[in-house]
Design a protein around this ligand. Structure first.
Ligand code: NDP
Ligand code: GDR
Length: 365
C-alpha cells in the first residue's frame, strides 16, 4: 500500500528536502502552501506535476495553520498516514516583532492539527511529527543539551514552540496519538532562507568575492550554534515516525561553532581570508590582504534576549533510530558558498550583458 504523507510548510527549506525524500521512498506526498501575491513554491517547483496527470504522487493544497476549518477539510480529504508539521513563523528575531502571530501559527497551529486528527477519528491511523527546536533550551543550563535538559525559552518563537512541544506530548498521552517531537538543532543548506545568519553570510561572501557587494552587517558574532545539514535532518524526521513507539529525540551534530567562525570559513571558501579587529559594536572583519572592511556590526541584529550557546547530544537518536549526520560542518559551508557563487555568477553575467538581474536585498536581511 502506498503511504500518504501530509507536509505543512512544504514550501520551506525542510519541506522541500522532506518532500524529495518521501517521494523517493514511494510516498504520495501532499503539501499545504499559503496563498501569496507572488509565487512561493521556488524550492519545490521541480517536483510539481500537471494536476491533469493520472496517479499524481505530489499534490499541493491551499491552507494556513491559523485556519482550523481549512486544516480539518484537508485532513479529511487526504486521510494521511503521516503528518509532518513543519509550518511556522520560524525566524526568532521576527518573533519579537510579531509575537501574537507567532503564537497563533507555531503554538495554536499545532493544536489545530492535533484536534483535527481527533475530531476526524484518525488517532489510530495518522502519525504526527512536530518540528520542535533547540531554541526550547534557550538560556542553557546544561551543556551539551539532551532530551532531559530543562527548557528555558528566550523568545516569543521559543515560547510558542514550547506550547507545541507539550501539546504534542499531551495528545500522545491523553489520546494515544503517535506523536513525536524532533528537537532539531540548527540545520542549513543552499535552500536556507536568506535572512538566517548562515545563508546571509554565504550570500554576502559570494557577492563580495564577485564584486557585487561591498560589505555585510551582522549582529552577535559570539553566538554559538550546532549547525548540521537539512538533508540529514529530514531523514531523522522520517525515522521517528517509523518506530514501534512514539518518542522525542534531539537531532544535532555534537559540535558547536561561533557565528564568527562560520563567517571565516564561508569567506575562505569564496577565496577571501578574513581578519578581525576591534571589539563589540566596533569589531570589523577585513580582507587580510587589502585591509578592506567586509563585515561590520549593526546593533539592530542583536536580539532583546539571546541564546548564547547551543550544543546537542544526539546519542539517543543514534542508539534508537540509528541516525547519524553525514555532512560535516566544513562540507556544509562549502556547499552553501559554492551554490551562492553559482547563483550570483549568473547575476554577474546578466550585469555584464547590461541587465540588472537581482536587486540588492542585503539591507533587508
Ligand atoms: P522555513 O522558514 O524555511 O519554512 C517555514 C514554512 O512554514 C514555509 O513553507 C512557510 O510558508 C510555512 N508557514 C509559515 N507560516 C505558516 C502558516 N501560518 N500557515 C501555513 N504555513 C506557514 O523553515 P525551515 O524549513 O527551516 O524549518 C521547518 C520547521 O522546523 C519550522 O517549524 C521551524 O520552526 C522548525 N525548525 C527549524 C530549524 C532549522 O534550523 N531550520 C531547527 C529547528 C526547528 P511560506 O513559504 O509561504 O513562507
Ligand atoms: P536561530 O538562527 O535564531 O538560531 O534560529 P539565525 O540564523 O537567525 O541566528 C543564529 C545566531 O546568529 C546570530 N546572528 C544573526 N542572526 C541573523 N539572523 N542575522 C544576523 O545578521 C546575525 N548576526 C548574528 C543570532 O543572534 C543567533 O545567535 C534558527 C531558526 O531556523 C529557528 O526556526 C530554529 O528553531 C533554530 O534555528 C534552531
Amino acid at each position: 500500500m502506498t503511504k500518504r504523507a501530509l507536509i505543512t510548510g512544504i514550501t520551506g527549506q525542510d519541506g522541500a528536502y522532506l518532500a524529495e525524500l518521501l517521494l523517493a521512498k514511494g510516498y504520495e506526498v501532499h503539501g499545504i502552501k499559503r496563498r501569496s501575491s507572488l509565487f512561493n513554491t521556488g524550492r519545490i517547483d521541480h517536483l510539481y506535476r500537471d494536476p491533469h496527470e493520472e496517479d499524481l504522487q505530489f499534490r499541493l493544497h491551499y491552507g494556513d495553520l491559523t485556519d482550523a476549518t481549512n486544516l480539518l477539510r484537508i485532513l479529511q480529504e487526504v486521510q494521511p498516514d503521516e503528518i509532518y508539521n513543519l509550518a511556522a513563523q520560524s525566524h526568532v528575531q521576527v518573533s519579537f516583532e510579531t509575537p501574537e502571530y507567532t503564537a497563533n501559527s507555531d503554538g495554536l497551529g499545532t493544536l489545530r492539527l492535533l484536534e483535527a486528527i481527533r475530531i476526524l477519528g484518525l488517532e489510530k491511523r495518522t502519525r504526527f511529527y512536530q518540528a520542535s527546536t533547540s531554541e526550547l533550551f534557550g538560556k542553557v543550563r546544561e551543556i551539551p543539551q539532551k532530551e532531559t535538559t530543562p527548557f528555558y525559552p528566550r523568545s516569543p518563537y521559543a515560547a510558542a514552540k514550547i506550547y507545541a512541544y507539550w501539546i504534542t506530548v499531551n495528545y500522545r498521552e491523553a489520546y494515544g496519538i503517535y506523536g513525536c517531537n524532533g528537537i532539531l538543532f540548527n540545520h542549513e543548506s543552499p535552500l536556507r532562507g536568506e535572512t538566517f545568519v548562515t545563508r546571509k553570510i554565504t550570500r554576502a561572501a559570494a557577492r563580495i568575492a564577485l564584486g557585487l557587494q561591498e560589505k555585510t552587517y551582522l549582529g552577535n558574532l559570539d553566538a554559538k550554534r550546532d549547525w548540521g545539514h537539512a538533508g540529514d535532518y529530514v531523514e531523522a524526521m522520517w525515522l521517528m515516525l517509523q518506530q514501534e513507539e512514539p518518542d522525542d529525540f534531539v537531532i544535532a551534530t555534537g559540535e558547536t561553532h561561533t557565528v564568527r567562525e562560520f563567517a571565516e570559513k564561508a569567506f575562505a571558501a569564496a577565496g577571501i581570508a578574513l581578519s578581525w579587529s576591534g571589539e563589540g559594536l566596533d569589531e570589523k572583519g577585513r580582507d587580510a590582504r587589502s585591509g578592506r572592511i567586509l563585515v561590520e556590526i549593526d546593533g539592530r541584529y542583536f536580539r532583546p534576549t539571546e541564546v548564547e550557546i547551543l550544543l546537542g547530544d544526539p546519542t539517543k537518536a543514534k542508539e534508537k533510530l540509528g541516525w547519524e549526520r553525514k555532512v560535516s560542518f566544513d562540507e556544509l559551508v562549502d556547499e552553501m558558498v559554492r551554490s551562492d557563487l553559482d547563483l550570483f555568477r549568473r547575476d554577474l553575467a546578466c550585469k555584464k550583458a547590461g541587465f540588472d538581474a537581482t536587486p540588492a536585498i542585503e539591507d533587508r536581511c
